[in-house]
Design a protein around this ligand. Structure first.
Ligand SMILES: Cc1cc2nc3c(=O)[nH]c(=O)nc-3n(C[C@H](O)[C@H](O)[C@H](O)COP(=O)(O)OP(=O)(O)OC[C@H]3O[C@@H](n4cnc5c(N)ncnc54)[C@H](O)[C@@H]3O)c2cc1C
Ligand code: FES
Length: 340
């Protein structure tokens, strides 16, 4: 198999990319960092400038990489593959001050598959070997028989490197969920996955209190972050909000209630939008806005459906949170099935 050499301008990193391999995949496997988020062509975070050489954009969606951007030699690192040796320059910061762990393929065995909320499963996988990752990152689970991956965030803290916990929401007609995780997948099955991926994380100690908002299974990476941050005392005060329509959508309520009872600097507030109860009622973002008159000097970690994240970002900015302190992970559908 032939390879092409790729150099990242302004860094010492250079790596080989095999025929048909996306630039991002090869970079992360070689321990070189290119900013990225979705790894499926939908977010644009991995955009880079091709300074020298040419690429095949493959299935890069037009709504993420326009014709004008292609003409300007921009490319999506998670989709494009080299047609020659390349010199590239990422459009985002290559040194983000976070220690990154190389991407690798893993094999694991399903040890738990349980229904924890409406159309929501907890999937626990024992890996054959440890995976180092940052709290907040995700893996791609490979759908058997299709060879395609779907992203699922780790809910366990990075101190647990052998046993990974995922929270999966069923998508009606979805390839990975309806067609596999909610259908044929069973305890004892062997599965393929690759990771770690993504730049949504909480790694360093921070002075700002944090508001964490999860919609549905957007709770998963926040659970990892909360457990890690409490273990290491990384954040002075944490407020976790979990939004669902009704009580049937909430899960791990006892876990977080107990955690809040054990840690006076951790607060847990589930919110229901479509059902009245003795807890917070309304859209989770409205509940947050009602709780804080000002978010100046605070940070936020947001995860879940794109619409919830957009609403949360607008609300937090209105409450004077600095945009640079708002971190987000959007659960966007795969580019092959998404509409712009
Ligand atoms: C970085 C990242 C992390 C993620 N982490 C998690 C996680 O921890 N837990 C989790 O449950 N999911 C997570 N997701 C979403 C997940 O990767 C899949 O997209 C989702 O499970 C659907 O996959 P599928 O193969 O079943 O459906 P597909 O076959 O991909 O889609 C089937 C149909 O459903 C639509 N669809 C798919 N997903 C959505 C959606 N979110 N909203 C609206 N329509 C949709 C598609 O447009 C399509 O028409 C994450 C996504 C990203 C990008
Ligand atoms: S990481 Fe490439 S488009 Fe999202």
């Amino acid at each position: 198999m032939s390879t092409h050499r790729v150099e990242i301008k302004g860094s010492a990193d250079a790596f080989d990319v095999a025929d048909g391999q996306p630039i991002l995949d090869a970079a992360l496997r070689a321990g070189a960092w290119i900013p990225h988020s979705c790894t499926q062509g939908t977010c644009g975070t991995c955009k880079l400038k091709v300074l020298c050489g040419s690429v095949d954009h493959r299935e890069s969606p037009e709504y993420t990489l326009t014709g004008a951007e292609r003409a300007d030699d921009l490319a999506l690192a998670c989709m494009a593959t080299p047609q020659s040796d390349l010199v590239v320059e990422p459009t985002g910061a290559v040194d983000d001050g976070v220690p990154h762990h190389p991407l690798r393929d893993y094999l694991g065995e399903v040890v738990e598959l349980s229904d924890v909320a409406a159309n929501t499963r907890r999937l626990v996988v024992d890996l054959d070997e440890d995976m180092a990752f940052n709290a907040g990152q995700y893996c791609e689970l490979i759908v058997p028989g299709h060879g395609v991956g779907r992203q699922y965030s780790m809910a366990n803290p990075p101190g647990e490197q052998r046993r990974l916990e995922f929270h999966v929401k069923r998508t009606p007609g979805g390839l990975a969920t309806d067609g596999w995780i909610f259908d044929s997948l069973a305890v004892g099955d062997r599965i393929d996955l690759r990771g770690p991926l993504g730049q949504f994380n909480l790694v360093h100690q921070q002075a700002e209190p944090a508001i964490l908002i999860g919609g549905g299974t957007g709770l998963a990476p926040l659970k990892s972050i909360v457990r890690h941050a409490l273990d290491r005392e990384l954040v002075p005060e944490m407020y976790l909000y979990h939004g669902g329509r009704g009580r049937a959508d909430l899960y791990d309520v006892e876990f977080f209630t107990d955690l809040a009872a054990q840690h006076e600097h951790f607060h847990y507030r589930p919110a229901l939008s479509d059902e009245s109860w003795d807890g917070a009622t309304g859209l989770v973002t409205d509940v947050v806005v009602g709780d804080f008159r000002s978010c100046k000097g605070m940070s936020a970690y947001l995860c879940g459906p794109p619409a919830m994240i957009d609403a949360a970002v607008k609300s937090l900015k209105r409450r004077r949170m600095a945009p640079r302190l708002i971190f987000r992970e959007e659960f966007t559908p795969a580019a092959s099935v998404a509409t712009p």
